[in-house]
Design a protein around this ligand. Structure first.
Ligand code: ADP
Ligand code: MG
Length: 715
C-alpha cells in the first residue's frame, strides 16, 4: 500500500538524481507525496488573449497570440550583433529582442537568458502564445522573459487556470521552471491518485459539503474551472485547520482528565492582607482573571493558563495575587522574567505589595553572589521562602524547591520549550506545579487558538483607569531640530525622555556604533549641567546597567538613551516621551512594546518615530499603522496580515512549527473557528476518537503532522 506515494521523486520521469537533490534542498520535497502536497500559491487565468493594442503596463499579466516579425541580438554595450542572421557566437550576446505582431499592432519581447534557444525557436513568420507581465521601457512597452507556447488552434480558451508554484532562483536555473513543475505534478498525480485514501470520515465530508480528497488534489493543481478550484481549496483548508484543532484539543482533553494538579482549596490570609491594602481597585478584567485562576487552582487539575494583557494592563498584580493564593495553601511559588533588569523591577514592586503580608521573597539572577545564593537555596529547601523572583537562573538544577506549587512565567515568548519543561519538573513528588504564562505580545485570536489550542487563555482587555492616549507621530531626519526643541520643553516641565536605538544583535559593531554616535549627539544637544543623559545597553556590566537604569528610574537623569533592553516591563511613570530612532528597522510588536513604556503616568505622552531616508514601503506601512492605532490586538492582527503568522514575533523563537500548506491563520480566521467548533463537537462525543466512524481521524492524528512539539507540557 502507498507504494507510489512514498517513492522518491528521483524516479519520476523528468526528474533524476540532480533535480531530485535540487527539489529536496530548495523545497524539502523527497517523495511523490511531498510533491503533490506542494500546492500552487496562485493561479493565472490564461483563458483570454489580449490584442497587442490593448496591452498596458498596469496589467498584471497578458497573453498574446502573435507572429514573429524580426529578431535582433545585442552585445554587451547594446551594440547589434546580428539581425536575423545566425551569429557565430551566441556567447557574445547579452540580449535578444523579438518584435511580434498581431492584427492590432506590434510590440517587443525580450530575453536575457536562454538566448540561443529562443532565437532558434522564434523564427520570423511563426505564431506563438506569449505570456508575461508587460512593462514600460522608456516610451515603449515590452515583456521580459515571457513564457512561450505553441499557438492554439481553433478554440483558444482551453486550459483556463494555471497554477503558479513556489520557486527559487536555483530551481529555475536547474531547469525546474513553472511549466516543468506543472508537468511533474501531472505525472505524480497520475501515479498517486489511485492510492490516495480519504482522510476524513464520510459524515464529516457530508456535514460540511466537502469534495473528496482525490477531487481536491486534482483540482488544486489543475482546476477544471474556478468553481472546482474553490471547492478544492475549501476542502484542503478545512482539513488542515480541522485536524490541527482536533489534535490540539485532544491533547487538552487528555490533560484535563489526566494530569494531577496540586490541590489549593483556600485563598489564605496573605492574599486578603495584600488585597485589602492595594492602593487602587483592580480593574474588572483583573478581577475576572483572578477568579479564573482561583477556579483552576481549586480544580484538582493542573493549571496551564496563558494570560494575555497589553503592556501596562496590570499583569504583575495578577501574578502576585495568584502566588499568594498558592502560598495560602502552604506552597512555594516563583516568578520568572526574561531579563535581569526586569527581574529586579519585579522584585522591587513585589516587595512593596508584600509589605502587609508575612511572605518572604528573594531575587535570584545570574549575578547573585554565591553567599546570597546559598541562603536562598536553604530558604527554598526549608520552605520559608514564599516567592522566588528571578531570571532563567531559576531553572538551574541546584535550585530545589521544597514544594513548588505555582510557577509564573513573564514574557513567555523568550523561553524555549526545553526551559519550560525544566520548570515543570520542579514540582513536589513529581506533580507538576500550576503554570501561569504571561505575555504582553497580543496574539491575534486565531493564532492564539492554534498556538495555545491546548492551553486556557485569559485576557486582560481593560487598562487601569486614568491612562491617557499616547500621541504618535512619524518624522524624517529633517525634523530632528524641532524634535530636540520639543524634548527640551517636556524636560522643562519635569518629564523624562526615552531615546531608543535598534540594536537587533547586541554584538553587532555597526549597531553599537550607531548607538554611541546617537548618544554623543544627544549629549551635545542636551549638555551638562542643565541636562543629564544616561545610557544603557547590552554590552555594559550589570553594575553599569543598574547604575544608569536606576538614575533614570529615580529621576536623576532626564534622558535615557538605550537599546531595546528597556523593551519589556520597565516602569517609569514620569517618562512622557518615547523617541524611537531608525524606527523603520523595528517590527510592529517591538514598536508597540516600546511605546507602552510611556503613557503610564497621568501626563500626556508622546511617541516619536524617527525614520531614515531609506524606508521601504512595508516599513512605512508599519509606521503608519503605529500612528493610526494604539490597540495592541489590532496591531498584532495587522502585523500578521502584513507578514504572515510564521514570522510573527514570538512564534519563531518558541520554535512552533505551524505547518499549514494552504490555510492562513491570518486570513482564514472564520474557517478556523468553524473547524474548531466542529472538532469540539466530535471530541465531546468521543474524546479518544475510538469510535469506528472516527478511525480515519485517529489515523491522521497518529501521523503527528499537526503535533505542536510537546506543547501540552509547554509551560
Ligand atoms: P504589565 O501588564 O505591563 O506587566 P504592570 O503590572 O507593570 O503592567 O502594571 C502597570 C502599572 O499599572 C503599574 O504601575 C501598576 O502599579 C499599575 N496598576 C496595575 N493595576 C492597576 C489598577 N487596577 N489600577 C491602577 N493602576 C494599576
Ligand atoms: Mg509586566
Amino acid at each position: 500500500m502507498a507504494r507510489e506515494l512514498e517513492t522518491s521523486i528521483q524516479y519520476l520521469s523528468g526528474v533524476g538524481p540532480k533535480r531530485a537533490a535540487l527539489l529536496q534542498r530548495e523545497l524539502g520535497i523527497e517523495t511523490l507525496s511531498d510533491l503533490i502536497h506542494l500546492y500552487p500559491f496562485r493561479y493565472i487565468d490564461r483563458s483570454g488573449i489580449t490584442p497587442i493594442a490593448e496591452v498596458a503596463p498596469d496589467l498584471a499579466h497578458v497573453q498574446l497570440q502573435a507572429t514573429v516579425v524580426r529578431r535582433t541580438l545585442y552585445g554587451p554595450a547594446g551594440s547589434i550583433v546580428s539581425q536575423d542572421t545566425n551569429p557565430i557566437h551566441f556567447g557574445a550576446c547579452k540580449r535578444l529582442s523579438v518584435i511580434v505582431q498581431d492584427a492590432s499592432g506590434e510590440m517587443e519581447v525580450v530575453f536575457f537568458k536562454g538566448i540561443k534557444w529562443n532565437y532558434q525557436r522564434l523564427v520570423p513568420g511563426g505564431t506563438f502564445l506569449f505570456f508575461g507581465k508587460p512593462q514600460a521601457f522608456g516610451t515603449r512597452l515590452n515583456i521580459v522573459h515571457p513564457e512561450v507556447d505553441a499557438a492554439r488552434e481553433g478554440d483558444a480558451s482551453q486550459g483556463t487556470l494555471t497554477g503558479v508554484y513556489p520557486s527559487t532562483e536555483k530551481l529555475k536555473n536547474g531547469g525546474i521552471t513553472g511549466k516543468v513543475m506543472c508537468k511533474l505534478q501531472s505525472a505524480a498525480l497520475t501515479l498517486c491518485l489511485p492510492e490516495i485514501q480519504e482522510t476524513l470520515p464520510e459524515y464529516v465530508i457530508r456535514d460540511n459539503s466537502l469534495v473528496s480528497l482525490t477531487y481536491a488534489l486534482r483540482n488544486i493543481h489543475f482546476p477544471k474551472d474556478s468553481y472546482a478550484l474553490q471547492k478544492a481549496t475549501y476542502r484542503l483548508k478545512f482539513e488542515e485547520l480541522f485536524l490541527l484543532q482536533l489534535s490540539l484539543l485532544k491533547q487538552k482533553y487528555i490533560r484535563s482528565r489526566g494530569e494531577r494538579g496540586l490541590p489549593m482549596p483556600k485563598v489564605g490570609a496573605d492574599f486578603h492582607a495584600c488585597y485589602n491594602a492595594l492602593p487602587y481597585t483592580l480593574t474588572g478584567a483583573q478581577q475576572r482573571v483572578i477568579k479564573e485562576i482561583r477556579a483552576d487552582l481549586m480544580s484538582g487539575h493542573q493549571m496551564n493558563r496563558l494570560l494575555q494583557g497589553d503592556v501596562g494592563s496590570g499583569k504583575t498584580m495578577v501574578a502576585v495575587l495568584s502566588c499568594l493564593m498558592a502560598i495560602g495553601n502552604g506552597f512555594q511559588t516563583c516568578i520568572m522574567a526574561p531579563t535581569e533588569v526586569l527581574a529586579q523591577q519585579h522584585y522591587a514592586n513585589i516587595q512593596k505589595y508584600l509589605k502587609p503580608t508575612s511572605v518572604q521573597c528573594a531575587l535570584l539572577t545570574g549575578s547573585t553572589p554565591q553567599k546570597e545564593r546559598r541562603a536562598i537555596h536553604a530558604a527554598l529547601e526549608d520552605g520559608s521562602l514564599g516567592i522566588l523572583v528571578g531570571t532563567h537562573a531559576l531553572l538551574e538544577d541546584n535550585v530545589v524547591f521544597r514544594n513548588l506549587g505555582l510557577a509564573v512565567i513573564d514574557e513567555q515568548h523568550r523561553f524555549g520549550v526545553d526551559q519550560r519543561s525544566k520548570l515543570w519538573n520542579k514540582g513536589p513528588d513529581r506533580v507538576p506545579p500550576h503554570v501561569l504564562v504571561m505575555t504582553a505580545t497580543p496574539i491575534p485570536r486565531t493564532l492564539a487558538m492554534t498556538l495555545y489550542g491546548d492551553l486556557d487563555v485569559s485576557v486582560i482587555d481593560e487598562m487601569p483607569p486614568g491612562r491617557k492616549p499616547v500621541q504618535t507621530m512619524c518624522i524624517g531626519q529633517n525634523r530632528r531640530a524641532a524634535m530636540y526643541k520639543f524634548m527640551r520643553e517636556e524636560i522643562a516641565r519635569g518629564r523624562q525622555v526615552f531615546v531608543v536605538y535598534p540594536l537587533i544583535f547586541e554584538s553587532e559593531k555597526m549597531d553599537l556604533q550607531n548607538l554611541e554616535q546617537g548618544y554623543e549627539e544627544i549629549v551635545r544637544a542636551f549638555p551638562l549641567p542643565d541636562y543629564k543623559v544616561a545610557i544603557v545597553h547590552g554590552q555594559q556590566t550589570n553594575e553599569e546597567k543598574n547604575f544608569n537604569m536606576s538614575a533614570f528610574v529615580a529621576g536623576r537623569a532626564n534622558i535615557l538613551v538605550s537599546t531595546t533592553v528597556i523593551e519589556v516591563g520597565v516602569d517609569v511613570p514620569n517618562a512622557s516621551v518615547m523617541v524611537i530612532e531608525s524606527a523603520q528597522r523595528f517590527g510592529l510588536s517591538q514598536l508597540h512594546q516600546l511605546r507602552g513604556r510611556v503613557g503610564r503616568g497621568a501626563e500626556k505622552s508622546y511617541c516619536i518615530l524617527v525614520k531614515d531616508v531609506k524606508t521601504s514601503k512595508e516599513a512605512q506601512q508599519r509606521l503608519d499603522l503605529m500612528c493610526a492605532t494604539e490597540d495592541g490586538f489590532e496591531i498584532a492582527e495587522q502585523d500578521m496580515k502584513m507578514r504572515g503568522p510564521g514570522d510573527l514575533e514570538g512564534t519563531q523563537q518558541s520554535g512552533l512549527p505551524i505547518n499549514l500548506g494552504l490555510a492562513s491563520l491570518a486570513k482564514d480566521g472564520r474557517l478556523l473557528e468553524e473547524a474548531r467548533r466542529y472538532a469540539t463537537t466530535i471530541l465531546d462525543a468521543d474524546p479518544t476518537l475510538e469510535a469506528p466512524q472516527n478511525a480515519p481521524l485517529l489515523r491522521e492524528l497518529r501521523k503527528n503532522k499537526y503535533e505542536i512539539k510537546d506543547y501540552s507540557k509547554i509551560s
